[in-house]
Ligand binder design. Structure first.
Ligand code: SF4
Ligand code: SF4
Length: 540
């Protein structure tokens, strides 16, 4: 299949915000190339025991739905209304105040009213009214209700896969209506009839088979981590250990697999390894719990639970005291908001205490899982790390709050604290684009694929404009973040909207500055670029 050509930035930014001539219920969904994601491949659905595996694409007229598809969806909707009180509430309480309308990056970047959170929710709410409320049953369209048809199902697919479940809109809703939860329900219902996207289902199937999204076998993980250790030795002269599946270690470390396998995540992984070596941490990686990310979250609650179970199971098998988690986004939404009740309780683990500083992480008393930014910020605060921030002087850094650690955890200060100690040049983006109001990368929740590139550039445009502002004002050339999806999706976004800005994890910056015992004279940063911002051979 060929990818649609993306318009140049000056064309893409000419966005029409006028509503269409027809009312929203009468405006058909058009699957325009570049704005949707390919269907889930049958082999991946089969691997996960999911219904209706078949060959189809969203642009086909015939979606090859099961004969009784409508009954399946309505029964699924009934079950979820009974099971999730929040969902029932969100179906009933919106007062159409419009406070959320212009807060979604996909609406800002596309001008399509169905990307307003209030209207995105209405796509599902209108069907709820028709079949589950008295007014909807009696008055139909007059009461904002409509029949469930194949066209409605296609509309759900298009717009629930144009929501990154980032939850920015919910920050502005006076009732706290969480569109991400509604999108998750919409996707769950679509999954019941086999309508899903491959960029979600393939990683989920891989994860089920091998423990990680990329489908890497244990030998591959070992090799990759050893390569990373070789690179560390090359840059620093220090050989670090790569403990794998070590029974009796104090701590199980779980990171997103993107950090082992793709730049610039691998530099973040170098940072983890260097830090743990320097403080002498008794920890282990696992080739079974080899992924913290969880694309089950973008599929269904039950799938998220199923894929996440390996983390506690492995902690138990290895006999560790507690779990440390790497720089990932949605992984932390699952771990912080669901894991305790979904897969726990984890009474077999101890309340996390840093073996280096003695700090008790009371916030992780229940999950037994600590975020690496909290762990490292504590090391700095207690004076356990020797840092030379001048090694990052070629970088003028800004920080992108990744949606999930920011809005699902409130993790705002720790990454900034690390950056401020590791770098001399740090600049914040505009206040209404950071912390809990952070703007999404536009490619999360499974939408970071190539065929959806135009929509990604549209959805990421507001974030990119905030970066452009600090680039123009302060000469910013590095965008730091604490999410593996961001590390994969922000580089093309920057290349498109703000060329000259590169992307990194926070632990890459920390490790650049980290003065290690027995290190050689550090001539380069972790990327092999000279500390003056040029490569050693002067070619860059
Ligand atoms: S993408 Fe984010 S802001 Fe937009 S509707 Fe979804 S959760 Fe809300
Ligand atoms: S802000 Fe909340 S109540 Fe207002 S329109 Fe949006 S979802 Fe409805």
């Amino acid at each position: 299949m060929s990818f649609a050509k993306i318009p140049k930035p000056d064309k893409l930014i000419a966005i029409r915000y006028e509503p269409p001539e027809t009312s929203w219920m009468d405006t058909p969904t058009v699957f325009r190339p570049g704005t949707w994601s390919y269907s889930g491949a049958a082999k991946n659905l089969t691997a996960l025991d999911m219904p209706n595996p078949r060959a189809w694409q969203p642009s086909d007229d015939d979606w090859k739905l099961p004969e009784n598809w409508k009954e399946i969806i309505l029964e699924g909707l009934r079950e979820r209304l009974e099971k999730y009180r929040s969902f029932r509430l969100f179906m009933d309480i919106c007062v159409r105040c419009g406070a959320c309308a212009d807060k979604c990056h996909f609406f800002i970047g596309s001008g399509d009213p169905k990307n307003m959170p209030v209207l995105r929710a209405e796509l599902l709410r209108s069907v709820y009214r028709r079949y589950f409320t008295e007014s909807g049953k009696r008055f139909g369209r007059l009461a904002g209700a409509r029949d469930l048809t194949v066209d409605v199902l296609k509309e759900w697919f298009y717009y629930f896969y144009q929501c990154t479940e980032c939850r920015r809109c919910s920050v502005f809703c006076p009732y706290g209506i969480d569109q991400a939860e509604i999108t998750m329900m919409g996707r769950e219902l679509l999954n019941l009839v086999g309508c899903n996207i491959n960029w979600v289902i393939e990683p989920a199937a891989n994860c089920f088979r091998t423990g990680n999204h990329l489908g890497i076998q244990p030998g591959g993980i070992k090799d990759m981590l050893e390569f990373i250790a070789d690179d560390i030795e090359d840059r620093t002269g220090v050989r670090v250990e790569v403990p794998l599946n070590k029974k009796g270690a104090d701590i199980l470390f779980v990171a997103p697999s993107g950090d082992y396998f793709a730049d610039p995540g691998t530099y973040t992984c170098m940072g983890y390894l260097m830090l743990f070596h320097e403080i002498g941490l008794n920890y282990t990686f696992s080739t079974y719990a080899s992924e913290g990310g969880n694309f089950g979250l973008f599929t269904a609650h039950e799938m998220a639970k199923r894929l996440n179970a390996k983390i506690y199971a492995e902690a138990k098998r290895l006999g560790v005291k507690w779990i440390l988690g790497g720089e990932c986004g949605h992984m932390w939404r699952v771990l912080h908001q669901y894991m305790d009740t979904m897969n726990g309780p984890a009474a077999f683990l101890a309340e996390p205490v840093s073996p280096i500083t003695g700090t008790r992480f009371e916030n992780a008393r229940s999950t037994k899982m600590v975020h690496i930014a909290e762990f490292s910020a504590d090391l700095i605060r207690k004076g356990k790390l020797k840092l030379n921030p001048a090694r990052n002087d070629a970088l003028r850094v800004t920080f992108h709050d990744s949606c999930n650690p920011a809005r699902a955890m409130g993790l705002f200060e720790e990454p900034r604290y690390i950056i401020r100690h590791a770098c001399n040049h740090f600049y914040e983006m505009a206040e209404d684009t950071i912390r809990e109001k952070t703007l999404c990368c536009g490619s999360g929740a499974g939408l970071g694929n190539d065929e959806n590139m135009e929509m990604r550039m549209r959805g990421g445009m507001p974030r990119a404009m905030a970066v452009r502002q600090v680039k123009e004002k302060h000469g910013v050339n590095r965008l730091a973040c604490i999410c593996a999806i961001d590390r994969a999706t922000l580089p093309p976004l920057m290349e498109y909207w703000v060329p000259g800005v590169t992307v990194s994890g926070v632990h890459e910056l920390l490790a650049n500055a980290l003065v290690m015992t027995g290190e050689k004279d550090r001539m380069t940063d972790l990327r092999g670029q000279s500390l003056e911002g040029k490569t050693v051979d002067g070619t860059l």
